[in-house]
Design a binder for this molecule. Sequence first.
Ligand SMILES: [Zn+2]
Length: 185
Amino acid sequence: MDTRQHGGLRLKKAMVIIVFIAFVSIFSGVADTIYAAKITDSQKIEYLLTDFHVSAQKGNYAYQRERYEHFDCLRGDSYFDLEFNKIASVTFIAKYHNPIKYHRLADVALVSGEKFKLYLNCYSLEGIDSTLGSRVRVHMADTKSIIFLHDGTFKKCPLCNTIFYNTELTYCSFDKEKLVPQHSD
Ligand SMILES: [Zn+2]
């Protein structure tokens, strides 16, 4: 095999991989998963965060900085994941670390209408505050409540990725692209 043929094969292989990745991200919907939430902290300051995610406390020394789009929950004796798309709101009703280390008791309301008390394991709440124009991290210990914004309560421009909360807007104010409601599935 001469080197030219070899290079062509390598290029074909690379293209197959790129096409595969593009298909996976389109059909899994991963690229479109953006959560928005209204956070109220213990000082009653409100933050409207997009690209909302959390990081969890996993050990004594460091918390994992990987983004999670669910809460680690404890109910009775069972641990489970509660995904953001199922949650309407979270209101914390006990102090962090009390009585279980790294956990906090909360009243949780689901979008289905169900309500219950859960222990959530979480270190901080993170996202982009467009008012401040920067990333914000609120420690769960300082959080009073979280209200998730679902089902077309916000819209995203597919071209420039700007998030709009004015539901009466149909087109992006920057590039006139048609806006797409989030989590309308
Ligand atoms: Zn736009």
